[in-house]
Design a binder for this molecule. Structure first.
Ligand code: NAD
Length: 352
């Protein structure tokens, strides 16, 4: 075995079905008396139910979270935090909601309790991507990491099938890149392989029966591990491409990850033989990149970036943007090969 460094982040995790009933006792355990419930406008009704459940220790709701954590939204939330003398945060939602709680925590160091409702995994990372004047800046800080995560499988039963598929693929992408990361280590790789197997097996069942609690449990458990992978080691080409597509062309987060992943994996396959072995085991296939493409497409995901709104000029622009400020990557970054990758993902061709 090679030498390695493993950085664990502190986390208190409560996992199961109906676990959100434990929220009041977690609020009490942290000694909080004026918490703010954070959500997106679409999950405002959930936030209200949760505020009622918390009772007198809930001081307000801010249901204005938006994708990519715009700083003007955070500024509005901060006004509520100050006016209501908030002493803790409860975030119920996907990565956008968690992002807002993290942005407030970065500014105030308030404790956060996060109840994820997608598979994005942000709750397990000390990372925050904030957008100001159309530019996304990523920060890492111990204050950003939530204190408590309550995974309640029941909260994911309402996640629409299409979003479940792309959010699940977004999670798998964290684990795939963790397997071939520069800082890869046996602990994270063990989680990554287990997580990929769990999510890949769960998604077809969720597609057919969205309220199947066992499949939802496996997917959420996998998403948790994928979040740990994302927060523990550096990401590579796949995440660089997706950050570029999200930041520069405003493409939707999980859908973009889904369309790019098979191509980024195919690009790195020859340079990452151990990763390919782990993926063959996890996905029971000889062709992991093709299998991920087929799985996503069969479950209804859009595999052409063109159909997600990417302009054709991006096929030439994206390789330059990647090469201008590259992430470490197992395979060498070559403009011609990158252009072919982006062109294939643009058209939605199966990687070969
Ligand atoms: P999202 O949080 O934007 O959610 C998408 C939509 O689905 C929202 O309208 C939301 O209200 C709704 N929704 C969420 N869960 C639902 C449920 N169970 N039932 C019904 N509707 C539900 O999407 P996301 O993909 O989870 O998060 C994307 C954002 O998270 C991006 O901004 C991305 O950059 C960020 N992110 C950050 C990290 C990190 O470590 N910093 C990691 C992953 C993602």
């Amino acid at each position: 075995m090679r030498d390695f460094v493993y950085n664990a982040h502190p986390a208190r995790v409560i996992f199961g079905s109906g676990t959100l009933t434990r929220l009041p006792e977690e609020i009490e355990r942290l000694g909080l008396s004026r918490v703010l419930v954070v959500a997106t406008p679409e999950q405002d009704a959930d936030a209200r139910r949760i505020k009622d459940r918390i009772g007198e220790r809930a001081a307000g709701i801010f249901a204005g979270a938006r994708m990519h954590t715009p700083t003007d939204v955070t500024a509005k939330a901060m006004e509520v935090v100050t006016a209501e003398r908030i002493d803790g945060l409860v975030a119920v939602g996907g990565g956008s909601t968690t992002g807002l709680a993290k942005a407030i925590a970065l500014r105030t160091d308030l404790p956060q309790i996060v109840a994820p409702t997608t598979y994005a995994g942000s709750e397990m990372t000390p990372i925050l991507g904030e957008t100001e004047n159309g530019r996304k800046v990523t920060k890492s800080d111990p204050r950003i990491l939530p204190e408590v995560v309550i995974y309640d499988v029941d909260l994911t039963l309402t996640l629409p099938v299409a979003m479940s598929v792309t959010s699940g693929m977004n999670a798998i992408a964290h684990a795939v890149e963790a397997l071939y990361a520069r800082e890869a280590n046996p602990i994270v790789s063990m989680m990554a392989e287990r997580a990929i197997a769990a999510i890949a097996a769960a998604l077809p069942i969720i597609h057919d029966r969205p309220d199947d609690r066992d499949a939802r449990s496996e997917a959420l458990f996998g998403a948790w591990l994928c979040g740990v992978c994302l927060g523990s080691v550096g990401m590579a080409l796949h995440h660089k491409i997706c950050h570029t597509l999200g930041g520069t062309y405003n493409l939707p987060h999980a859908e973009t990850h889904t369309a790019v992943l098979p191509h980024a994996l195919a690009y790195n396959a020859d340079a990452a033989p151990e990763t390919m072995q782990a993926l063959r085991r996890a996905l029971s296939t000889e062709d992991p990149a093709g299998t991920l493409f087929d799985l996503s497409r069969t479950l209804g995901a859009t595999m052409a970036l063109e159909r997600l709104g990417l302009p054709e000029r991006a096929v030439d622009e994206v390789p330059d943007l990647i090469l201008a400020n590259p992430y470490w990557n197992p395979a060498a970054l070559d403009r011609y090969a990158l252009r072919r990758l982006v062109a294939n993902a643009f058209s939605g061709h199966r990687p070969s």
